[in-house]
Design a protein around this ligand. Structure first.
Ligand SMILES: N[C@@H](CCC(=O)N[C@@H](CS)C(=O)NCC(=O)O)C(=O)O
Length: 231
C-alpha cells in the first residue's frame, strides 16, 4: 500500500506504520493576528508539533461587522475556528486545544489525570477571563463611541484583571512542564501588553519573569501579534 495516500482518520487502523510515513490532510485555522484566543490555539499547535498541519487564514471579526465566512463555520462569528477535512468545524480555543491534544503522541499539554489536570484547566479559565475582561475594557475605553462608554463598567472589568494578575502571581505553577494554562496565560498577558491595557508587571515579579522566559519559546516567536481591531 502506498502510505502517501493514507489520511489521518485511518491512522488508528494502521498502527504498524510510523507516523512519519503517513500524510495528513491540512486543517485550516480561521485566525486573527491580534486575537489572544486565536494565538493561543496556534501556539498550542506549535507546542504539540502540529503547526505544519495547519493552514492559517486571517479573518477580521467584530460584533459590529459581520464576517460571513466565519459565521458560516461558527454561529458566534468568532475566531479561532479549526476546519477539519470532512469533519465539523471546531471552536472555541479551549475546544480546539483539547482536540489538537488528541492528535499527537507526545506528552499531553492538557494533563489527563489528577490535580495537574485541574490546575491546568483553572489557569486556562483565569486566562480566558483575563482576555475577556481586557476586551470589555477596550470597549469601554476605545471601541464604543465615546458618548456610550460606561466608566463604572470599565472599572469593574479592571478590578477583575487586577485580581487575576494577583492570583496568577500567587498560583501560577511556573516550574511545571508547559500545559494549556501556561499557553493561555502567556498569550493573554502578551496581548494585554500589546493593547496597553492595565499593567501587570509592577509588584508581580514572579509572573513577569515567567512571561519573559515563555515569550522566548519558538511557539511564541512564530506567532507575533499585529494589526488593529476593525469595528
Ligand atoms: N471564548 C472564545 C473567544 C473568541 C473571541 O472572542 N474571539 C474574538 C477575536 S479576539 C472575536 O472573534 N470576536 C468577534 C465578536 O465578538 O463578534 C475563544 O476562546 O475562542
Amino acid at each position: 500500500m502506498d502510505s502517501s495516500t493514507l489520511t489521518w482518520p485511518h491512522r488508528n487502523t494502521m498502527p504498524f506504520l510510523p507516523s512519519s510515513l503517513i500524510s495528513f490532510p491540512t486543517m485550516k485555522l480561521l485566525y486573527q493576528t491580534h486575537s489572544p484566543y486565536a494565538r493561543k490555539a496556534l501556539v498550542f499547535a506549535h507546542e504539540a508539533g502540529l503547526a505544519s498541519r495547519i493552514e492559517v487564514m486571517h479573518h477580521e471579526t467584530s460584533p459590529t461587522k459581520r464576517n460571513e465566512q466565519v459565521f458560516a463555520e461558527n454561529p458566534l462569528g468568532k475566531v479561532p475556528v479549526l476546519l477539519r477535512p470532512g469533519l465539523s468545524p471546531i471552536f472555541d480555543s479551549d475546544v480546539i486545544c483539547a482536540y489538537l491534544d488528541t492528535l499527537h503522541d507526545g506528552r499531553k499539554l492538557i494533563p489527563v489525570n489528577g490535580e495537574a489536570r485541574w490546575q491546568a484547566l483553572r489557569v486556562q479559565a483565569v486566562a480566558q477571563g483575563l482576555a475577556d475582561a481586557g476586551i470589555a475594557v477596550r470597549w469601554e475605553t476605545v471601541r464604543r463611541p465615546e458618548a456610550l462608554r460606561h466608566s463604572l463598567l470599565r472599572d469593574g472589568y479592571i478590578e477583575k484583571m487586577t485580581a487575576s494578575y494577583d492570583w496568577l502571581e500567587r498560583e501560577l505553577d511556573v516550574d511545571d512542564a508547559v500545559h494549556v494554562g501556561h499557553i493561555a496565560v502567556a498569550t493573554a498577558l502578551s496581548w494585554i501588553e500589546f493593547r496597553e491595557l492595565p499593567d501587570f508587571r509592577e509588584k508581580r515579579p514572579r509572573l513577569s519573569a515567567w512571561l519573559d522566559e515563555f515569550q522566548g519559546r519558538p511557539s511564541m516567536c512564530a506567532t507575533p501579534l499585529s494589526g488593529e481591531t476593525q469595528d
